[in-house]
Design a protein around this ligand. Structure first.
Ligand code: NAD
Ligand code: LMR
Length: 341
């Protein structure tokens, strides 16, 4: 007799792209939803990419994944999101040469408006949505606004990659294992204004005692070099690879969804961009903002960790990233209104 659970339906957009080339295998190996969780993949891409996507599905078959029950391949959001339990929105209009962030924002506003509406119309009411395609926070906000029959808590955006980058930088600087670095997190936007915060960070020593990151590292490093390194890491990968991060992005997407599915470990805090309801750390209502969060394993509720001390430096960083997110929201909404989308 099989010990497997009933299958779940998982939509992945941008399925022919480079992140998904790593991500789909992670899902089918059970790294996201568990080794006893079969999946039906709903793979969405745009019509010109369907040929390449067919190549990906040939490889999915050849992997002979025991957990992969079936897959659906489509260029129609309604079909991609039909009855899905999870939607991972990776596909987005890429930044072309000469495009500024505002152009990218507009190009993607239309895409995420349509996808938000299709999710609300066709996905399970309990669907959990993760937006990866950039500008991820504002794309998630647009999808949430147009998918308004779904709860706001259904929508998240990816800052787990920044979270992982921060942990790795701290571990490397202090010569400790990444698993021993705790309470470091990302605030705000997945952009160069994000605030990688180590002011509450701890390192677990061999005897189980804790040391504060700020006691082990110079404050100038923590507030300057470290912040800039993490904020610009995506650009550094693009410069070196001539392509944006894919393996690390797929790993972070897997970490985000697995943590949302199974809950945070005791004493662990992770970073996720979620809808700000205006009640945490003075962050304005109505933007998708990355907070330190824990996840309740039983309900899947994402809870902001409140009560952390925010010093003047941290406050200035929170203000800056919040201001950028408000500007992005206004630009995206104005574009949608002007173009009657
Ligand atoms: P890619 O160009 O290799 O693939 C993107 C895929 O999306 C392509 O196959 C494209 O055809 C598809 N696509 C475009 N418009 C679509 C639409 N309307 N519906 C469905 N599919 C569509 O890009 P990639 O490297 O896989 O990156 C995907 C996105 O993720 C980019 O926006 C990138 O900037 C972003 N990203 C975000 C993070 C993060 O941490 N939030 C990290 C890395 C990359
Ligand atoms: C990253 O952080 O690696 C990406 O968001 C960079 C990008 O612009 O695709």
């Amino acid at each position: 007799m099989s010990n497997l659970k009933p299958f779940i339906r998982v939509a992945v957009t941008g399925a022919a792209g480079q992140i998904c080339y790593s991500l789909l295998a992670n899902i089918c190996k059970g790294e996201m939803f568990g080794a006893d969780q079969p999946v039906v993949l709903h793979l969405l891409d745009i019509t010109p990419a369907l040929g390449a996507l067919r190549g990906v599905t040939l490889e999915l078959e050849d992997c002979s994944f025991p957990l992969l029950v079936d897959f659906v391949v489509t260029d129609k959001p309604a079909e991609a999101f039909a009855d899905v339990d999870v939607a991972i929105l990776v596909g987005a209009m890429p930044r072309r040469e000469g495009m500024v962030r505002a152009d990218l924002l507009k190009a993607n506003a239309g895409i995420f408006k349509a996808q938000g509406a299709a999710l609300a119309a066709h996905a399970k009411p309990s669907v959990r949505v993760l937006v990866v395609g950039n500008p991820a926070n504002t794309n998630a906000l647009i999808a949430l606004t147009t998918g308004s029959s779904l709860p706001k808590s259904a929508f998240t955006a990816l800052t787990f990659l920044d979270h992982n980058r921060l942990k790795a930088q701290v571990a490397c600087k202090l010569g400790v294992a990444v698993a021993d670095v705790r309470n470091t997190f990302i605030w705000g936007n997945h952009s160069k204004t994000q605030y990688p915060d180590v002011s509450h960070g701890t390192v677990t020593n061999a005897d189980g005692s804790l040391s504060r990151v700020m006691d082990l590292a110079e404050s100038a490093w923590a507030r300057d070099e470290l912040v800039t390194t993490v904020q610009t890491r995506g650009a550094a990968v693009i410069k070196a690879r001539k392509l944006s991060s894919a393996m690390s992005a797929a790993k972070a997407i897997t970490d985000h969804m697995r943590t949302w599915w199974f809950g945070t470990e005791p004493d662990d805090i992770v970073s996720m961009a979620i809808y700000s309801d205006g009640t945490h750390y003075g962050v304005a209502e109505g933007i998708i903002f990355s907070f330190p969060v824990t996840i309740d394993a039983a309900t899947g509720d994402i809870n902001v960790v409140d009560g952390l001390d925010i010093d003047a430096f941290s406050q200035s960083m929170l203000d800056k990233t919040q201001a950028e997110l408000i500007d992005e929201r206004e630009a995206a909404l104005a574009f949608l209104a002007e173009s009657n989308l």
